[in-house]
Ligand binder design. Sequence first.
Ligand SMILES: Nc1ncnc2c1ncn2[C@@H]1O[C@H](COP(=O)(O)OP(=O)(O)OP(=O)(O)O)[C@@H](O)[C@H]1O
Ligand SMILES: [Mg+2]
Length: 238
Amino acid sequence: MSEALLQVSNLDIHYGGIHAVRKLSLSLSAGETVALIGSNGAGKSSTLNAIMGWVKCQGGLTFSGVDLQTQASHQRNTMGLTMVPEGRGIFGRMTIHENLQIGAHTKTDKVQISEDLQRMYELFPRLAERRSQLAGTLSGGEQQMLAMARALMSRPRLLLLDEPSMGLAPIFVDRIFQLIQTIANQNTSVLLVEQNARRALEISQRAYVMETGEITLEGASADLLHDDRIRQAYLGEV
Ligand SMILES: Nc1ncnc2c1ncn2[C@@H]1O[C@H](COP(=O)(O)OP(=O)(O)OP(=O)(O)O)[C@@H](O)[C@H]1O
Ligand SMILES: [Mg+2]
């Protein structure tokens, strides 16, 4: 088996007295899209935040063979880890163009940055039309597009997405999932946290199911789509 791009082993996260994530292990190979699903409060965001270095954790985290526990958050960015957080985290008082430029803060090649900006405006025509508009005035769906475009400006090797479809109208949900597919097809690995379990399973190769801090099920997404436990608990079937 090829070496994993991301390897999480026996991850524990505590918030004061709350043991939010317990002995969680997961892995992701280069080029894979992996989904992490589970109910509210299961510990999905905490897990992504730990991978990014935004919360304290115990356990093993390696990315491309490097021990992430020795790397500060900004170093993890430079290594190719980028996350679109829950709630998107765009800068509302800056323009769309400025937000995209910030996405490239780990990059120094000006020509490449300018090409990437152009690429983003082609991928997201709505953002192109609004490039001088303040990001805070965008609709929810447009803000999510901006958050994704900003993340792509860093040319991530692994993109972590925390609930990208949350709160969006169906047409934007479709667009976001198409985009994730496009990104994945362009050789970016994706770790996707989603409430929309069906869509997440449809676009991922493998998935992990989390309940109250622990992985309770894992497997090929195509199999999980037909698993009775998943259909009952997460797909509203049976
Ligand atoms: N900063 C924090 N301080 C204290 N408790 C926290 C903190 N962040 C998360 N928690 C708790 O840890 C648990 C896991 O939260 P987390 O946000 O990781 O879950 P989640 O699976 O992302 O849930 P959701 O689907 O609602 O986004 C919850 O019980 C939550 O209340
Ligand atoms: Mg969450």
